[in-house]
Write a protein that binds this ligand. Structure first.
Ligand code: AP5
Length: 234
């Protein structure tokens, strides 16, 4: 599928959120995708959906995710290649949790080029690791619409109930303290090297992720808009 590149306010590219578990990738990616009217593509959500439906992919992924490790590249890449073929991706998309290894980043680079997208923007959420445990163990997610809360810093109006759609709020299986530690180690070992990978290519934008959600969102929007102007529309 070839993207439609005709409109000046369109994203027409991938925005990639890079940062450790709990840095706010999902929170910010959902909002940015809404602003540009493009899909939010979370590989974590896609995999959890497979797990809950007990598909063959979900059955393979479940024990790996429960250990806080990465699902093999081959499985994730196939899922992504299929997803960006859908018509809703033709004006771009926002990745949350992908790519996560150098092999995934290389594959994505080729995929985007083959499909005629512009060079991606990479938003790197920079944060002190010491704050992440509280964010992750306090996270609750709406089972219906996926809205993200935090019992300490971003609580819903009514405990356990989503403000938007009244759906029940659930805690992710991998947000318990023991698994969070393993996820943070996996990030440092396998995903953090992508910071240098994208910086070398001039695609990386650092954003201070220790501020409030709205302030970070403003910073990201400005970064995306300014970079779009700087590198032109081609
Ligand atoms: P995934 O679902 O991608 O999880 P993650 O990367 O560990 O990231 P999180 O979703 O935990 O955190 P986030 O940065 O999105 O933070 P959020 O916005 O929710 O992956 C899960 C698993 O799937 C992996 O471990 C792996 O097994 C597998 N997987 C997924 N993708 C894969 C891939 N590409 N390859 C291989 N395996 C893959 O925020 C967290 C909390 O903080 C929330 O409560 C939120 O309200 C709060 N918060 C957010 N921003 C702020 C702020 N500014 N101030 C205060 N609180 C805040």
């Amino acid at each position: 599928m070839i993207p439609d590149r005709g409109h000046p306010d369109r994203l027409d590219r991938a925005v990639i959120f890079l940062g450790p578990p709990g840095s706010g990738k999902g929170t910010q990616a959902i909002e940015l995708a809404k602003k540009f009217g493009v899909p939010h593509l979370s590989t974590g959500d896609m995999l959890r959906d497979h797990v809950s439906k007990a598909t063959p992919l979900g059955t393979q992924a479940k024990p790996i995710m429960e250990r806080g490790e990465l699902v093999p590249d081959s499985l994730v890449l196939k899922m992504i290649a299929e997803r960006i073929e859908r018509p809703d991706c033709r004006h771009g998309f926002v990745f949350d949790g992908f790519p996560r290894t150098e092999a995934q980043a290389k594959y994505l680079g080729e995929l985007l080029k083959d499909h005629g997208y512009k060079r991606p923007f990479v938003i790197h959420l920079v944060i002190e690791p010491s704050t992440l445990m509280r964010r992750l163990t306090g996270r609750r997610t709406c089972k219906v619409g996926g809205e993200i809360y935090n019992i300490y810093d971003r609580p819903p109006k009514v405990e356990g109930v989503c403000d938007n759609d009244g759906g029940p709020l659930i805690q992710r299986a991998d947000d318990h303290e023991e698994v969070v530690g393993a996820r943070l180690q996996t990030y440092e070992k396998q995903t953090a090297p992508l910071v240098a990978y994208y910086r070398r290519r001039g695609l990386l934008h650092d954003v201070d992720a220790s501020k409030g959600v709205e302030e970070i969102g403003r910073q990201i929007l400005l970064t995306v808009q300014n970079s779009g102007r700087e590198i032109g529309r081609g």
